[in-house]
Design a protein around this ligand. Structure first.
Ligand SMILES: Nc1nc2c(ncn2[C@@H]2O[C@H](COP(=O)(O)OP(=O)(O)OP(=O)(O)O)[C@@H](O)[C@H]2O)c(=O)[nH]1
Ligand SMILES: [Mg+2]
Length: 399
């Protein structure tokens, strides 16, 4: 598929012969930079000096480079609090509350961010011009940063117009262009406001992705907002699952409805909803057993839980949230498709974004399934769940 796209890109490039960046540079690369320097990006100061010498018409890219701000120094998790002047200026435009969110996100998504920024650094070091080879390597970088082939291709085609307008000539410009395109890809219609009381949320996902922990985090958010949550332990498959949920329930101040190990999960849900109605709680979270999305009988069980919920409380579940573990990379996309087919999803929670370089998978999931991202898990603590904010996310991985 990658090879197919490569051929297509070349064909497109051939058709777009009028695009200056895609043509062979008029000057030989050796004239713009000695072979020994080819491994390093041209210094803007050098190019400026060359551009102003007037002795020889510099290559087109030199003009672009001379007008553009200096490339930002590479940011790493260790030095990410040290911002470039451009970044400081951008942050200054963001209201105070959001600034804090942006900084925290940056810190937690440090490894994904490093993948992109290191990749850009290499890209500009390897290619002195924005030419076909540059674009192929950029495409490769996006694919390996866990965007996957389809999403990377879509971004690359959106970038074509920017190539035409010479907007990819240095790191800052490339980042700005990608940010705009990614933001567009990630932005979906705001989640519909649910006024039902109790609001019932069914949590689904494969083993170990963070369903139970995410329920605890959501219940914790409810408590902080003055809402009373109730938790239903419909994972009767794993022996310790109900105990785990009970411990979280005690910690966040939410009652937990459970039965014995091996009980019918749909029956637990039925009882749990009765309790929720009689207690008049605001929110209900149904914890389900992790299941292989490819196992038909387990998916059937989930459908039964869904049907029982709807029978007991018409209109429920109001939300079906699929929890995906970001460290699984592209596999997350196929999980989303299969759960969507089985129970219908209203949103996705992407967990374990802290400590993984695979955060780019967020783009693949949204682009390839069309299901909105609702929350991001960025740690194991109760506070480590953030509503998905496309702008903060894009700033965290590219800003
Ligand atoms: N670093 C990190 N760890 C997380 C995050 N979310 C969950 N975890 C951890 O992932 C592990 C599994 O979490 P659980 O909540 O038990 O996952 P589950 O989906 O309920 O698992 P099963 O019930 O076995 O299917 C735990 O050690 C959690 O602390 C996150 O956002 N970041
Ligand atoms: Mg669990």
């Amino acid at each position: 598929m990658v090879r197919w796209f490569r051929r297509k890109t070349k064909a497109e490039v051939a058709r777009e012969a009028e695009v200056p960046e895609l043509r062979e540079p008029e000057a030989e690369p050796g004239e713009a930079a000695e072979p020994a320097e080819a491994a390093a990006p041209p210094e803007p100061a050098d190019i400026q000096a060359e551009a102003s010498s007037g002795a020889e018409e510099p290559p087109l890219e030199a003009h672009i480079e001379a007008e553009a701000p200096a490339p930002a120094a590479l940011q790493t998790p260790e030095d990410e609090e040290v911002l470039s002047p451009e970044e400081e200026a951008r942050l200054a435009e963001v209201p105070e509350a959001r600034r804090g969110l942006f900084r925290r996100f940056r810190e937690r998504l440090g490894r994904t961010r490093k993948t992109f920024l290191d990749g850009f650094d290499l890209l500009f070091a390897k290619h002195p011009f924005v030419d076909e080879a540059f674009l192929e390597d950029l495409e490769e970088l996006l694919i390996t940063a866990d965007l996957g082939v389809e999403t990377a291709l879509s971004l690359m085609s959106a970038m074509q117009e920017r190539v035409r307008r010479r907007e990819l000539s240095n790191v800052e410009r490339l980042k700005a262009a990608l940010k705009t395109e990614m933001l567009e890809m990630l932005t979906s219609a705001p989640a519909p406001r649910i006024t039902a009381r109790p609001k019932v949320v069914l949590m689904v996902g494969v083993n170990g992705v963070g369903k139970t922990t995410t329920i605890a985090k959501l219940a914790h958010r409810d408590r902080a907002a003055g809402r009373q949550p109730l938790l239903i332990a419909a994972d009767t498959f794993r022996a310790a699952a109900a105990e785990q949920l009970e411990i979280w329930g005690q910690r966040v101040g939410a009652p937990v409805i459970r039965q014995h190990h091996g009980a019918d999960p749909a029956a637990v849900v039925f009882d749990g909803l009765s309790a929720a109605l009689s207690r008049g709680v605001d929110t209900v979270y149904i914890d389900t057993a992790g299941r292989l999305h490819t196992k038909v009988n387990l998916m059937e069980e989930l459908k039964k839980i869904h049907r029982t919920t709807a029978k007991k409380l018409p209109g429920a579940p109001h939300e079906v949230l699929l929890v995906l573990d970001a460290t699984t990379g592209q596999n997350a996309v196929s999980q989303a498709r299969l759960f969507q087919e089985a129970v219908g999803l209203t949103g996705i929670v992407l967990t374990k974004l802290d400590g993984t370089a695979k955060g780019g998978v967020a783009l693949a999931v949204v682009h390839e399934t069309g299901i909105p991202l609702r929350f991001l898990g960025v740690g194991e603590g109760l506070e480590d769940l953030k509503p998905f904010d496309p702008e903060a996310f894009v700033e965290a991985i590219l800003g």
